[in-house]
Design a protein around this ligand. Structure first.
Ligand SMILES: [Zn+2]
Length: 321
């Protein structure tokens, strides 16, 4: 069933599911008795509709961003007028729901309440579109860091139990390796735990590697670096395309201008930097429409050049097509 038909049916029935979805995204305005719509953006890529849904956001201290000192990040934030209380940068968690008219493919599943108090909104966002977890036909996980897979295993169960789940085998190898776990810092342990849960709860997990066709018009792209099995998702039809690049860019203050800036979760900082240094100029050269999980909602934009400097250019978006 297409998403449009599902949403139509949901509107006709005004189901309690939708009301439950709104409850999951309670905000101060709702507490005051006002109803806040769930943030939603959509874009057409040929026959595909790509819906952008947020699981929430987190504010992270400058020290989480490696490759330059927190003082450098502070100076850049001050110059750009984006300082926040607590010397933090705000990162979003956008998930991408691809509708090809017959199937629904979800890219990443969010931290699901596991990071700060402002996450866990994806189930409500899906419900607002009339989509239940069992309606998802496939899930592509761009890598097995906690904030991308936790929503698939929330509550100790396979949340997307009807879906075929795709993940790169290099991340499964890394994040189920006892030696790698022993060598990893405390803050990465949750990603090892979550990967173990993923393997246990999804016995039919499809382990792929790098560039692979998933469905007609949907393929994965090797972006190894941020993690060994970090992949993007390419959607292409009728001469249009979009590349979901997950953790290639973290915040417009830092990326794409500073490829040397990484994230404290990266276990091989040199590999992560090398991929950014290769990818950013390439994307600036071909003008690809890209979508990045942690950039400001809906994470949709292009990499441009301004007198030799690489810049992030937001793409226009709308909540209705
Ligand atoms: Zn991430």
């Amino acid at each position: 069933m297409s998403l449009t038909r599902r949403a139509f049916a949901r509107n006709l029935l005004a189901t309690p599911v939708a009301a439950g979805g709104l409850a999951l995204t309670a905000s101060p305005s709702q507490a005051a008795g006002l109803s806040a719509p769930v943030p939603h953006a959509a874009v057409k890529i040929g026959r595909f509709t790509v819906h952008m849904l947020t699981d929430g956001h987190v504010d992270l201290p400058y020290g989480f961003f490696t490759g330059q000192s927190p003082e450098d990040t502070a100076a850049q934030a001050t110059a750009a007028h984006v300082t926040r209380p607590g010397d933090t940068l705000r990162l979003g968690f956008t998930q991408y729901l691809i509708d090809d008219g017959a199937r629904l493919v979800l890219v990443d599943t969010g931290p699901a309440g596991g990071i700060g108090e402002h996450t866990g909104k994806l189930p409500g966002a899906l419900a607002s579109l009339g989509v239940a977890p069992d309606d998802i036909d496939a899930v592509i996980l761009t890598h097995t860091h906690f904030d991308h897979i936790s929503g698939a295993i929330a509550g100790g169960r396979a949340v997307y139990g009807q879906a075929e789940v795709f993940v790169d085998r290099r991340d499964i190898a890394q994040f189920t390796d006892p030696g790698a776990r022993a060598a990893a810092p405390d803050f990465l342990q949750s990603s090892f735990d979550a990967t173990a849960d993923l393997v246990r709860l999804y016995p039919r997990l499809q382990q792929i590697q790098g560039n692979q066709d998933i469905l007609p018009g949907i393929s994965t792209v090797d972006l190894t670096g941020h993690t060994p099995g970090h992949i993007g998702v390419r959607i292409a039809d009728a001469g249009q395309s979009m590349l979901i690049v997950s953790d290639m860019l973290f915040h417009p203050l830092l990326h794409p201008e500073r490829a040397e800036v990484g994230f404290v979760f990266e276990q091989d900082p040199a590999a992560a930097q090398a991929m950014r240094a290769r990818f950013f100029p390439m994307a600036a050269g071909d003008g690809s429409l890209i979508a990045a999980t942690h950039m400001p909602f809906p994470g949709l934009g292009r990499i441009g050049r301004d007198q030799g400097r690489l810049t992030w250019v937001n793409e226009d978006w709308a909540s209705t097509l």
